[in-house]
Design a protein around this ligand. Sequence first.
Ligand SMILES: Cc1cc2nc3c(=O)[nH]c(=O)nc-3n(C[C@H](O)[C@H](O)[C@H](O)COP(=O)(O)OP(=O)(O)OC[C@H]3O[C@@H](n4cnc5c(N)ncnc54)[C@H](O)[C@@H]3O)c2cc1C
Length: 396
Amino acid sequence: MKLSFSAEDEIFRDEISSWLQENLCGEFEETRGRGGPGDEHMFVEERKAWERKLAEGGWTCIGWPVEHGGRGATVEQQVIFNEEYARAGGPGRMGHIGEGLTGPTLIAFGSEEQQQRFLPGIVSGTQLWCQGYSEPSAGSDLANVKTKARFDEHTGQWKITGQKVWTSLAHESEFCFVIARTDPESVGQKGLGFFLIEMDQPGVEVRPIQQLTGTSEFNEVFFDEAICGANDIVGEPGQGWKVAMGLLGFERGVSTLGQQMLFQNEFNEILRAAKANGSAQDPAIRQRIADAHVGLRIMRFNSMRMLSGGGEDGSLQKEAMIYKLYWATWHRNLGKLAMDVLGAESEILEDGPYQLNRLQSMYLFTRSDTIYGGTNQIQRNIIAERALGMPREPRG
Ligand SMILES: Cc1cc2nc3c(=O)[nH]c(=O)nc-3n(C[C@H](O)[C@H](O)[C@H](O)COP(=O)(O)OP(=O)(O)OC[C@H]3O[C@@H](n4cnc5c(N)ncnc54)[C@H](O)[C@@H]3O)c2cc1C
């Protein structure tokens, strides 16, 4: 694993940092440092415009191959991009699901036609995506999905019927990738398909779910004979599990670097608050701030280590399996630290539509970190069984 950057990489660093300095201002000034976890509802339109601005500068999808509209940036360059983005206070990305999940999945598993149709909208920052995996009875046990996909011979289209839940940003997205059962008799990982579905159609209904923060980052999504083109299934009918799992490999991959930039911004804010209100003088708080800083560095180096290897189909090295458990637990602790730094002030609500201040909503949102993207318990199972080769837990 490389821990330092080459002279060429440093030129790249200058390029992105000057671009951000010149462009993250004016109409985008107010988006600085906004739109992170628990703050997704803020400056939505401005952040969508910012996606398009990034695209104009060629700063979306930088890790994608050049032939698909990316820059073919190396892992080191992607790390640098995210560091500079954080340093400049770049806002939470709206296009991260398309860029980090849909795109790499289509590049690895999609047909040429699917790549030509869907990738440009992601690169240009004009088409946002959401992830339709979880259902009321399929979360940790994802293979239990019940949503059905039926091929209609008359229309030559797929008809999707079922319910998804906890679908982040469904209310802002143009497309959703959905796992659904192509064989109604099948159970478990067999008989699934991976579909690319347009959200703006009569068969799709999105109902926001109000969260602990008082805002709605995620939704219920109902599909009632929603239409999906014959060519908009990735891989063969019945092969959806393989594609779905390949995508989860990307979820634990490069997109984690983008997330670290938001963590860095939050850490900086907590540090500022601790210095301002004097809590940084408290030895116990100082220790926890130092621990949080150490955790951030560990995450960065672990990302570089895990991104330095792995297969082209999205598979990662075994080391990658510790990452979700590590960051989720770290971030939940950061939320607690933020509240302890604020002290009694953490219990006072502000005036205004959302009442919570940035750190309060961050704290509340971090309670979900150890749930989404695979709970801490599931992560421990993955580490035990797949990384350490321990016996499988008894399955019901
Ligand atoms: C903020 C947020 C955003 C999300 N966004 C999306 C999204 O965009 N798209 C999407 O598809 N989903 C999304 N999800 C859903 C998320 O993936 C699920 O919540 C998660 O997989 C857990 O599933 P569940 O909620 O059904 O809980 P369950 O699976 O019912 O788990 C309940 C509890 O049982 C434990 N448990 C379950 N099985 C085991 C086991 N085998 N061993 C030990 N313990 C176990 C779990 O750890 C948990 O504590 C989001 C969730 C949140 C909180």
